[in-house]
Write a protein that binds this ligand. Structure first.
Ligand code: ADP
Ligand code: MG
Length: 948
């Protein structure tokens, strides 16, 4: 379909080149054709087929030369000289990929008639427009991925209708969201490659600019109610299937755009279903959660594995795409979750059958994309063979599944589509050529007419092959030979010395130096027969092929259903393999009533971190529903990992996967929220305090008692007083008002006091031990709060003079004041009656504590020395080391360091200049936002300044 209007905006490389437009009337026919096509596709860079190349001219040529790194040449004719750059058609995909990556829409103007047959100018037409969100070329798409173009329309009620389509597979869906935050969340989850925008569509910035989408401004007409409904009606009954006008407009617009990019083929028949869902039909993960849980993208430096990498053991592209969808949209319906778990469970048990299934699945081609090509009429003979090859494994899959009851639902959906398989098997040769018009595609005995033509051709050739012997015999010329060339066709060649023996019926065709070539009337006749038959056979083959393709395309929906079944089976096999190889267990779910909820995980592991760690320390999680766990502990002790592993365990369970733990009893969550404090979210780029707070606001609005909230160092982007105040108020609100189960890792020790004041707030901490000079993190969660003054203890052990250490203690006390714990080094961890220290596996224990001693308190001064005598009182104790000194602070607001009084700690007379320097430095120190160790270091530096 042609939109008949232009898609904005134009760049200099797109639209009609001004130098040509100026002399429109003088241009050669070819260039004026080019100009016309540019005018019709103003938003796109037109690539114009000239023989074996796609050429671009003028500004477009410059863009192509730059982006594709090809030579910029010139085309000269009577009207002028035009810059020109071309890419070889045979090898176009890598160049096209570069252009699309550089955010060009590329319109491919192919020669649509045979150049030899054409009289005058060859007819050309734009056969497709390639854009990031509508690519269908297999070479330009990563295998097993989804690729969406999306659109969003604001409704009169203030919500938004959202729709997306994957043009390569025909997947299409719509949904509605209530507000802007919902829109942003949904788009981040869909992660389209391209978003259509009209002037009045809301601006949504991708949460992650690096992986965000390309915005395509389209004519607002596309979003008009009438136009949209018109387009939609070819697919569904718009009134019945879609809920709101905004949904209809969004969906109509993406479909119209998708049609436009696929050339003039009209309706995309393989978009056979438009799925409609509500956000709450899935476990909702907003962009921040998708990001910080590293489901699909690793945020770390030198990016490593993601959760998806860990769970993807799929054998086929179909399985991989299905797993992606599952992970993007975990389930919330317990029955559906259990059904998937049953399948995974059965496949974990049936390991032999699983291997068999995976062997079969590995031979499955990407049916979803194949069927798209078949339906668009762009499938090659090889594509049909790929479909046939995939269908041929189906009976084996069915047989393997036969004995496994839990997999009956999968088996029933495996439709072998025998008629289609037989049709292709009977029609298309096993290894067809890439060209469809040169014969060799259709098998013998598929079509009687074709067979007859091929017989005529074959018999003719046979006759010619025998002609040589016959003519030698007849003429007695032993050197006589029969040959063929492109220009003259068949000939009989006789060397000069034998010319006198040439019979009368020979007519001369060609004279060479040493010989002459002849034909006979019969040879001529045979030749016509052979070539006539061959030509008709070739075009008949093409016709037959197209018929077969159309017949297969008629089964699009059944093939799509089969594709879904294969995909889900493969995804389930993948999860089972991960479970079996990774020692996962099947999670149990609570029955869902409000107070039976809670998260109970025994020996839980982080599915990704455990694969990168020599030894991973398993941890329990025991949170009743609505409980808030405040998690303290030094940097690098394992807080973030622990919180994420709890969330990932819940999430895995809800996609129907086993989980990395010894036992898990879980609730069905409605949403997972994660908020990572500004200073922790290094890779985030725009992590300002404002953003942190606005994200927090979202939680405060949206979390329910079925939600899981992870707060990692939230409130860090501001001064301690504010930060603690916000952290505390947030915690209280989540606990008192929302009742969401929450894990809060914080360095605000003041927060740990909440546990005393509120029933459902508990403290947990992570700690470390020291052996000699080595500090080892135990990575083990334990009840109670961490001490506030671990930094000072570390400093003392590092040999900082007693005076400094003592002074530092009093600084901590006075600076933290009421915000921090009252007894800095002597306080007991806040006791939790229901918590006993976790039992640790012996191996991880022996690694950290040589003598096997177990230390769960974090009050080093209360430990008695057992080993190390020259370091009084801190032998192999568990200690908390201070936050890393590199803790970045952008600015240090002027604040008083010691509340105005400084003890002169030295007896020497002071040099006034250095005193001033120290005083100035002191004024600019923001003790409130420093870790104790940082305070200590600063103190030590300043003191040495005075001593010099
Ligand atoms: P924190 O958030 O307390 O600063 P992290 O959770 O980021 O600490 O953990 C720091 C590092 O410690 C991780 O990158 C990982 O390598 C390691 N780690 C964390 N938890 C464990 C564990 N349970 N077992 C083994 N190593 C762990
Ligand atoms: Mg952390």
């Amino acid at each position: 379909m042609s939109l008949g209007y232009c898609l904005l905006p134009m760049t200099t490389a797109t639209g009609p080149p001004s130098t040509m437009a100026e002399k429109e009337d003088e241009l050669t026919p070819m260039l004026s054709q080019y100009l016309e096509l540019c005018e019709a596709h103003e938003d796109a860079l037109v690539l114009f087929q000239v023989g074996d190349f796609y050429e671009a001219f003028c500004e477009a040529a410059e863009a192509v030369a730059r982006v594709c790194e090809v030579t910029l040449t010139q085309r000269e004719d009577s009207t002028g000289t035009y810059p020109m750059a071309g890419i070889p058609i045979d090898n176009a995909s890598s160049y096209l990929e570069r252009l699309v990556d550089a955010d060009y829409r590329v319109a491919i103007a192919d020669q649509v008639e045979d150049a030899e047959a054409a009289t005058g100018l060859v007819d050309r037409a734009v056969t497709r427009v390639i854009t990031p969100g509508t690519v269908v070329e297999e070479e330009l798409l990563a295998s097993g991925t989804t690729n969406y173009v999306a659109s969003a329309v604001e409704s009169e009620q203030g919500g938004f209708g959202i729709s997306a389509v994957d043009v390569s597979t025909g997947e299409c869906f719509v949904t509605s969201v209530a507000d802007r935050a919902g829109l942003s969340e949904e788009l981040d989850r869909i992660a389209p490659s391209e978003l259509l925008v009209a002037p009045e569509t809301p601006t949504v910035t991708p949460a992650d600019a690096s992986t965000g989408w390309m915005e395509t401004e389209v004519d607002p007409v596309l979003f008009d109610h009438e136009a949209a409904v018109d387009c939609l009606s070819a697919y569904v009954d718009p009134e019945r299937r879609l809920a709101t006008d905004a949904e209809r407009r969004a969906c109509g617009a993406v479909l119209a755009y998708a049609e436009y990019t696929q050339g003039d083929d009209g309706t995309l028949d393989y978009v056979s279903r438009i799925r409609r869902y509500e956000q709450q039909d899935h476990l909702r993960l907003d962009a921040a959660a998708l990001r910080s849980l590293e489901l699909f993208e690793n945020r770390g430096l030198g990016a490593g594995d993601t959760l998806f990498d860990v769970i993807d053991k799929s054998a086929s592209a179909l399985g991989r795409r299905c797993l992606t969808r599952w992970l993007r949209r975990p389930l919330v319906e317990r029955r559906a979750i259990e059904t998937r778990l049953d399948a995974v469970d059965a496949l974990v048990e049936a390991s032999v059958e699983r291997t068999e299934l995976q062997d079969g699945l590995a031979d499955a081609y990407d049916l979803e994309r194949l069927v798209g090509r078949i339906s668009r009429g762009r499938a090659h003979a090889r594509d049909l063979r790929s479909l046939q090859a995939t269908l041929s494994v189906v009976p084996d899959l069915i047989e393997t599944l036969d004995g496994i009851d839990a997999l009956a639902p999968y088996r029933e959906r495996l439709d072998p589509l025998e008629a289609v398989a037989d049709l292709i098997e009977g029609a298309i040769v096993d290894e067809p050529p890439t060209e469809l018009t040169e014969g060799g595609v259709i098998k013998p005995s598929f079509d009687a007419d074709l067979d007859e033509l091929r017989t005529t051709e074959r018999e003719g050739r046979q006759w010619v092959a025998e002609l040589e012997a016959a003519e030698r015999e007849r003429t007695g010329i032993d050197s006589l030979s029969v040959g063929h060339n492109q220009v003259h066709g068949y000939y009989i060649e006789v060397t000069n010395p034998n010319l006198d023996r040439v019979p009368d019926d020979y007519t001369r065709r060609q004279t060479l130096k040493n010989s002459k070539r002849f034909y006979t009337p019969e040879l001529k006749e045979r030749e016509n027969e052979i070539f006539g038959a061959a030509e008709r056979a070739d075009s008949l083959e093409y016709e037959l092929f197209c018929e077969v393709r159309t017949e297969v395309a008629a089964e699009t929906e059944r093939i799509q259903a089969l594709a879904t079944a294969i995909a889900e089976l493969d995804a389930a096999c993948s999860l089972a393999t991960v479970a079996a190889e990774g020692d996962y267990i099947r999670p149990e779910f609570h029955d869902g009533s409000a107070d039976s909820g809670g998260i109970n995980i025994e020996g839980g592991r982080h599915p990704v971190v455990e694969t990168t760690q020599d030894s991973f320390v398993p941890n329990d999680a025991d949170l009743s529903q609505g409980e808030v766990a405040i998690i303290t502990g030094p940097n690098m002790s394992g807080k973030s990992t622990y919180m994420r592993q709890v969330a990932l365990t819940c999430l895995l369970a809800q996609i129907g996967s086993f989980v990395p733990a010894e036992a898990a009893e879980l609730p069905v969550l409605d949403r997972i929220f994660t908020r990572v404090g500004a200073s922790d979210d290094i890779a985030g780029g725009q992590s300002t305090f404002m953003r942190e707070m606005s994200e927090l606001t979202e939680i405060l609005h949206d979390a329910s008692e079925d939600s899981l909230v992870l707060l990692d160092e939230v409130g860090r982007g501001t001064s301690t007083a504010d930060g603690l105040a916000i952290a505390q108020a947030t915690t209280e609100f989540i606990h008192d008002e929302l009742g969401a189960t929450t894990l809060f890792a914080t360095h605000y020790h003041g927060l740990t006091e909440l546990a005393d004041k509120r029933e459902g707030v508990v403290n947990r901490h992570f700690a470390a031990t020291r052996e000699g000079d080595e500090v080892t993190f135990l990575h083990r969660v334990a009840p109670g709060a961490s001490s506030a003054s671990y930094g000072i203890e570390v400093a003392r052990m590092a040999g900082v003079p007693e005076t400094v250490v003592d002074r530092a203690r009093s600084v901590v006390e006075s600076a933290d004041g009421s915000q921090a714990e009252s007894g800095p080094t002597g306080s007991q961890p806040t006791a939790n009656a229901d918590q006993t220290p976790t039992d640790k596996p012996a191996d991880s224990q022996s690694e950290t504590n040589r003598d096997g001693s177990e230390t769960t308190t974090d009050t080093p001064s209360e430990q008695t020395s057992a080993v190390d005598n020259d370091r009084p009182s801190y032998p192999e104790e568990e200690l908390d080391v201070g936050a890393e000194a590199a803790d970045d602070r952008a600015s240090y607001p002027e604040e008083e360091f010691f509340g105005g009084t400084v003890d002169p700690a030295v007896d020497d007379p002071l040099d006034e200049e250095s005193m001033v320097r120290v005083a100035v430095a002191l004024r600019s120190v923001d003790v409130a936002s420093m870790t104790p160790l940082e305070a200590l270091n600063t103190l030590d530096e300043l003191r040495s300044e005075l001593r010099e």
